[in-house]
Design a protein around this ligand. Structure first.
Ligand code: SAM
Length: 214
């Protein structure tokens, strides 16, 4: 079982995706757990301030270090150091891939995902927490919630038992390939679109060969 600890100002974004379909089932079967921590709950001042203006000037706000460090401390508690991965989500990080998901899944019992907002998170957080900076792709999103969910989802699919045997075999067999379903002929704006004949043949060996070639 892997516990994902998501540090975010927008818990509903995480809940609404994680509590559906495969991830919902994975939580129910205790393959994964999803815990959410709002930095606001760890802010000390009476206004629960979690952001401030950037040193050196510039537009936007920066998320303050202390509420995030405290939230991560709460998440990690006394867990064994080597089993916990702390991920600082940033468009400038290393590119997260399916291979990373597979390696992390085998190595860690707890994954902390720090989702930034605004102009990002005070850079000292990375140093204090020895967090690794990871990106989900070469583009800039409005917040770290989607990146956190991408990593959570990709890792969960690698945990034995999360995908049913059938789903898992299908993933290996047809991953990345064109897929089709009924009807055999789909008519759109007067033109007919056919399913490749070989897929209707029932010859599994030939179908596999066709898909591999594709
Ligand atoms: N100007 C900031 C910069 O260049 O890093 C942009 C910050 S972005 C608007 C706000 C937050 O979204 C970031 O702190 C990060 O947590 C998250 N984020 C945006 N794009 C991301 C990506 N491609 N991968 C991972 N996290 C990303």
């Amino acid at each position: 079982m892997i516990t994902f600890h998501v540090i975010t100002l927008f818990s509903e974004v995480i809940r609404s995706y994680a509590d559906e379909s495969i991830l919902k089932r994975a939580q129910k079967n205790k393959n994964i757990a999803v815990k959410i921590y709002n930095p606001r709950d760890f802010a000390r001042d009476k206004h629960k301030k979690v952001d401030d203006t950037p040193y050196g000037g510039g537009p936007g706000m920066v998320m303050k270090a202390e509420p995030i460090v405290k939230a991560v401390e709460k998440a990690v508690g006394r867990k064994k150091h080597g089993m916990v991965k702390i991920i600082f989500l940033s468009p400038h990080g290393k590119q997260f891939t399916n291979h990373t998901a597979s390696v992390f899944t085998k190595k860690y019992t707890d994954v902390v995902l720090i989702a930034g907002r605004y102009e990002g998170v005070d850079a000292r957080v990375k140093k204090i927490l020895r967090a690794e900076e990871w990106s989900v792709g070469p583009y800039i999103l409005s917040g770290g919630e989607l990146p956190a969910l991408i990593i959570l989802d990709a890792m969960s699919r690698q945990i034995p038992g999360v995908l049913g045997t059938h789903e898992s075999l299908e993933e290996k067999r047809i991953a990345g390939r064109d897929v089709y379903t009924r009807p055999e002929v789909f008519e759109y704006k007067g033109k007919k679109y056919h399913v490749p004949k070989i897929l209707l043949s029932g010859h599994h060996k030939r179908i596999d060969a066709f898909r591999t070639k594709k």
